[in-house]
Design a protein around this ligand. Structure first.
Ligand SMILES: C[S@@+](CC[C@H](N)C(=O)[O-])C[C@H]1O[C@@H](n2cnc3c(N)ncnc32)[C@H](O)[C@@H]1O
Ligand SMILES: O=C(O)C(=O)C[C@]1(C(=O)O)C=C[C@@H](O)C=C1
Length: 243
């Protein structure tokens, strides 16, 4: 995997364009996500541990919005269910191209398929475990319920979903406090005020955070029998839902 440092917003952009998962982002993505999302490495590790528990024989485990495949790889290291297949899905060809080399290079028993598709249109089949690790936040809000319903419909009884998201908070004090400390986290990881402010402008129309209750209520509404928040670091959280 590439170890290039993210300097995308280090110089002044005359006009900050909407954030896209293009080749420039794919090249620096491991560095970008680790320095931008508090708890990212912890969540990736736990996805591996959860996948091992929920993987059923002859089922599919999906990584939706797989980027360079970090969550897929964590699952691949721990899933031993006979006949299980990992399916990494992303609609960014740039991301998929870079993920293939390293996903397929490892010699591990569970096979991986990479699929270029829009997850709002994807038909899942026999899914025992589904990961949406910081992906749903990029789907238009009005399409999120139908997307989650489709996912639920393609899952096996007893299957599990891990949903990780940037959160917003209904209480303005909490919102301001956690956003401020997220920016402190970025600064501590070497991002300048210019980088932080230009990135913020780039994502404000494309990454639309919702509250934890919005997510929990939606998971219940589509049919999950249990849904709980298992992780939070500042304004980033992860949920677990069981069919
Ligand atoms: C923040 S990244 C996800 C990080 C990744 N899951 C990880 O754990 O490293 C969001 C990913 O979702 C993908 N994405 C966004 N909208 C999508 C869609 N409608 N269909 C498929 N992939 C999508 C982007 O291309 C991007 O690679
Ligand atoms: O909220 C921010 O400031 C971020 O940079 C977050 C975030 C994300 O949550 O996906 C946004 C885009 C990149 O994919 C990496 C991190």
């Amino acid at each position: 995997m590439s170890h290039e440092k993210d300097r995308i917003y280090a110089t002044e952009h005359g006009q900050v364009e909407d954030f896209r998962f293009d080749d420039q982002v794919a090249r620096v993505f491991p560095d970008m996500i680790k320095r931008s999302v508090p708890g990212y490495s912890h969540i990736i590790g736990m996805i591996g541990i959860l996948a091992e528990q929920y993987a059923q024989p002859d089922s599919h485990l999906y990584d939706l919005g797989s980027s360079l495949g970090a969550a897929t790889l964590a699952m691949r290291h721990r899933v031993h269910a006979p006949g299980a297949t990992l399916i990494a899905v992303d609609n960014s060809q740039a991301m998929l191209d870079r993920s293939r080399d390293f996903l397929e290079s490892e010699d591990l028993p569970t096979p991986v398929k990479t699929v270029c598709a829009d997850i709002t249109e994807l038909q899942l089949e026999r899914a025992s475990f589904v990961v949406l690790n910081f992906t749903l936040q990029f789907i238009p809000v009005e399409e999120r319920q139908a997307t989650l319903q489709r996912i639920y419909d393609g899952m096996l009884p007893g299957g599990a979903l891990v949903l990780s998201e940037k959160l917003r908070f209904a209480d303005p004090v909490q919102e301001q406090l956690l956003a401020q400390h997220h920016h402190d986290f970025k600064r501590a990881n070497g991002y300048s005020d210019l980088e932080i402010s230009q990135k913020r402008q780039a994502i404000e129309r494309v990454l639309l955070p919702e509250t934890a209750d919005d997510h929990l209520n939606r998971m219940k509404a589509v049919g999950f029998s249990a849904a709980t928040q298992w992780f939070q670091s500042f304004n980033f959280a992860s949920f677990l839902a069981i069919k």
